[in-house]
Write a protein that binds this ligand. Structure first.
Ligand SMILES: Cc1cc2nc3c(=O)[nH]c(=O)nc-3n(C[C@H](O)[C@H](O)[C@H](O)COP(=O)(O)OP(=O)(O)OC[C@H]3O[C@@H](n4cnc5c(N)ncnc54)[C@H](O)[C@@H]3O)c2cc1C
Length: 612
């Protein structure tokens, strides 16, 4: 740590040497003319941000070298290789490293930078929250993944300078030691920083609800459930207080919300039942969902099955209801038809959707081409738009740019307005979107949404449009059945649709495939020494997503699956397949074995109810 701090001071003090290529501090590099010292924070002067990309001299690339814990000799062996820096250790980055061949180090110096030194298998996170799985069974140290292929620095990237091709990263303060910031030069940057939780501006969420994204979140929930039961079991706990403690509220009826509710139910009625028999009557598990059924991005039959399964189990679905605000122990909700009311809770889980990682926001300021409100826009090879091929992005942090419908708005309006009254009604709009989706594929889900709205399905695809289960950002929410749009309103709607365009869902499946794809691009492509960019092999095809299906656990050893060409499958058989899949899909054999042993342990001995 001290070494890091000392080297950090050295990095902050200014560039000591100049090398032919981005390099670690090495004695053979020639001394560069003295430059003014740069502070670690703030890292980049605003002038840097606006300077045109191509105007920057290549010399400057090597100005700042990272704090290196490697020996000088070791650093010099790597001097002639382009450096690839990969941000993040999530699905995209971990699968990228896993897919890299060992001999990649002959060609590139690959470095992972991430504050989390392990990969987390998120689909089984709800199972960790109740002890079905142990946390260590679903995490894999990233050092195992990078071993023999590259390096790893535990640090959060704070800023990217695409002109100098360098970034600033800091060993996180929350790791218990002092924060230590350093700079690292890159030739190729791959961004896989994922997303952050989205409160949708609902007051009190950050203070009183629990997010559900990390291993810490799962552990906190596990402890909270235990605390609520122990507190409720104390003698003389007033009835009202007991009921409040045993009320578990889950905001969001998407796959995460549904699985959390199902796991809590399993835990209470399989494992806690024998220990707190007198408390069971007071337990309430509620899922609040804006739509009129849960799992709304899956086939409708799956939502219906889950509804019935939850009804049988006693999990309450509070549908067609929006969360208005949260205060200590109370969530305030507004039904679509009805008055606002409060639900008391012992624990409230917020599982509604994702928002843009702040690092992408910062990147957007440097590239005018970056206009998407949720992620970094890339081309179909996953190159970040505007970066000339030196920055790539994958996973939740990115989205592939789609052709924009707005550019053809006038023509589309004429086409839509079949009765030529200068207005476009809901049915005309739906017909147009269906037709235009042959050219603009992102319009298809909107067309299907309107169709659902027409059929009073209550917004079959609203969640998909909004990219979250409370649908707060769906442009189609603003269209009423009686609406007739003028040309200006029609254009405004298309603009909204275009700006929220996400080519692919934010899922592990997409991130994994993109990670494997970029590993292939790196392996088969070449580094253009003149342009200083990664050139994909001329035979390299653009990224193509292969959707293998969606699945969710719904409790009582039952699961639901929506598989292309097969259709919906649900029940106990699906439950067995789900367990098999979640075991097989682990990132390492070690994880697979640990997960199997956890399923067996839970079946034989039940879940561990101690709060450790
Ligand atoms: C509870 C839960 C269950 C899920 N279940 C499923 C499922 O069943 N199926 C499915 O397909 N998807 C599922 N998902 C979604 C899936 O986890 C995400 O789509 C996936 O993790 C995205 O991968 P990623 O690599 O883009 O980002 P992540 O996996 O989120 O990883 C992001 C990484 O970036 C790091 N990072 C963040 N900021 C910085 C920074 N500034 N600098 C450096 N590193 C940074 C983080 O520490 C992390 O290592 C689930 C998600 C959750 C939360």
């Amino acid at each position: 740590m001290q070494a890091l701090a000392a080297k950090n001071a050295q990095a902050a003090a200014g560039p000591p040497r100049q090398c032919a290529v981005p390099a670690r501090t090495g004695s053979r590099c020639s001394r560069r003319p003295a430059q003014p010292a740069r502070k670690a924070q703030p890292i980049f002067a605003s002038a840097d941000k606006v300077s045109p990309l191509k105007a920057q001299a290549v010399d400057d690339i090597a100005v700042y070298t990272e704090v290196s814990t490697q020996s000088v000799a070791d650093a010099q062996v790597k001097l002639d290789k382009p450096r690839v820096v990969v941000l993040g250790s999530g699905w995209a980055s971990a699968c990228f490293f896993k897919a890299l061949p060992k001999d990649i180090k002959e060609k590139y110096e690959v470095v992972m930078v991430s504050p989390r030194n392990y990969f987390l298998y998120t689909p089984l996170l709800p199972a960790v929250a109740v002890g079905t799985m142990e946390e260590r069974s679903i995490v894999e140290p990233v050092r195992n993944l990078v071993l023999g292929k590259g390096d790893y620095y535990e640090a959060v990237c704070k800023a990217i300078d695409p002109v100098r091709k360098e970034l600033v990263a800091c060993f996180p303060k929350d790791a218990g030691l002092d924060e230590a910031c350093f700079k690292i030069a890159y030739d190729i940057l791959i961004i896989g920083v994922g997303s952050v939780n989205n409160t949708f501006g609902v007051k009190g969420v950050a203070e009183y609800c629990q997010f559900f994204k990390s291993i810490e979140d799962a552990n906190t929930l596990r402890k909270r459930i235990s605390e609520c039961f122990e507190r409720a079991a104390l003698p003389y706990t007033p009835e009202e207080e007991r009921k409040k403690l045993l009320s578990f509220v889950i905001c969001g009826g998407g796959p995460t919300g549904v699985e959390v509710a199902a796991e809590i139910h399993d835990f209470v009625f399989n494992d806690l039942k024998a220990h707190y028999p007198e408390l069971l009557k007071d337990v309430r598990i509620r899922v609040i969902e804006l739509m009129d059924y849960v799992l709304s991005t899956y086939d409708r039959k799956i939502g219906e099955f889950t509804h019935k399964q939850f009804e049988r189990a006693g999990i309450e679905l509070v549908l067609n209801t929006r969360v208005a605000s949260v205060r200590d122990g109370y969530v305030s909700v507004v039904p679509k038809s009805g008055e606002e009311f409060e639900i008391p809770f012992g624990s409230c889980v917020w599982a509604t959707g994702i928002a843009m990682n702040p690092l992408i926001k910062e990147l957007q300021q440097q590239f005018p081409e970056q206009t998407h409100f949720r992620s970094a826009l890339t081309d179909e090879f996953l190159r970040v738009k505007g970066s000339d091929g030196s920055i790539w992005a994958f996973g939740d942090a990115s989205t592939i740019e789609q052709p924009r419908a707005l550019q053809r708005a006038d023509e589309l309006f004429e086409q839509a307005d079949t009765n030529k009254d200068g207005l476009v009604g809901l049915k005309e709009l739906q017909a147009l979107l269906t037709e235009a989706s042959k050219e603009f594929s992102h319009l298809e889900e909107h067309a299907r949404f309107l169709e659902a709205k027409n059929k009073r399905f209550g917004g079959l695809l609203q969640r998909a449009l909004a990219g979250n289960s409370n649908g707060a950002e769906s442009p189609m929410q603003t269209v009423e059945e009686t609406d007739e749009l003028t040309k200006e309103q029609f254009k405004a709607l298309l603009e909204k649709i275009d700006s929220g365009l996400r080519a692919l869902p934010a899922t592990a499946q997409v991130a994994k495939q993109q990670g494997e794809y970029l590993a292939e691009v790196l392996k088969r492509g070449s580094f253009d020494q003149q342009a200083k960019v990664l050139q994909p092999n001329e035979k390299q095809a653009p990224f193509k997503y292969n959707h293998k299906g969606s699945l969710a656990y719904v409790g009582g050893d039952q699961a639901v699956m929506d598989i292309p060409k097969v259709g919906p499958i649900f029940g106990t058989g699906a439950g067995i397949m789900w367990k098999g899949y979640e075991t097989f899909a682990q990132i390492s054999l070690r994880n697979q074995l640990l997960v199997i042993s956890d399923w067996v342990r839970t079946k034989l001995f039940g879940r561990d109810i101690s709060r450790v």
